[in-house]
Design a protein around this ligand. Structure first.
Ligand code: AMP
Length: 176
């Protein structure tokens, strides 16, 4: 992967959605077909030998690369969603965000103990969202859980929020 080219393709939007946030806009990555393919192939290379059976994407930006990657890995795709969106019985977890509080849900029959799960989202900030998602996934006692982000904001030290046994990867890292 051409990391410099990928980094240059992420649009930084200052003070969105609230003052003080440097918002990393991934739509400018996805709109370029070459970059989209590079990301998709790069993610596939990272996880092709891990025996992944389910890719779990977090609403809503985890729903863009998540299904692409699942199809590529010949795995299923599972959505983790905001409350009130999933129609059947759900598990849920609440957590603090970089800006505000939130709750996420997953269908109770989404996974089982035979699964090797790759959790995917666009960006690691404080880690609150993904740590909550890992908690949700642990309810199913899968064989293994991997965590992947397109972008990591290293200064927020979100990586430290994960148990050391969870392998956390990010393709693009920003010092600020
Ligand atoms: P966190 O739980 O703090 O790691 O926040 C992660 C989620 O919030 C990601 O799914 C992002 O979509 C969103 N997010 C938080 N901070 C930013 C940011 N600076 N730029 C873009 N998205 C962000």
């Amino acid at each position: 992967m051409n990391i410099d080219k990928l980094l240059q393709s992420v649009r930084n939007v200052p003070d969105f959605p609230v003052p003080g946030i440097q918002f990393k806009d991934v739509t400018t990555l996805f709109k370029n077909p070459e970059i989209l393919k590079e990301l998709s192939d790069g993610l596939y290379d990272m996880y092709k030998d891990k025996g992944i059976t389910k890719v779990v994407g977090i609403e809503s930006r985890g729903f863009i690369m998540g299904p692409l990657l699942a199809e590529h890995l010949h795995a299923g795709f599972i959505p983790v969603r905001k409350p009130g969106k999933l129609p059947a019985e759900t598990y849920e977890v609440s957590y603090d965000k970089e800006y505000g509080k939130d709750t996420i849900q997953i269908h109770c029959d989404a996974l089982d103990e035979t699964d090797v799960v790759l959790l995917h989202d666009d960006l690691l900030a404080t880690g609150g969202t993904m740590v909550a998602a890992v908690e949700l996934i642990k309810k199913f006692r899968p064989k293994k859980i991997y965590v992947n982000f397109l972008i990591e904001l290293e200064e927020l030290k979100g990586r430290a929020a994960f148990d050391p046994e969870i392998e956390v990867t990010a393709i693009l890292k920003y010092a600020i």
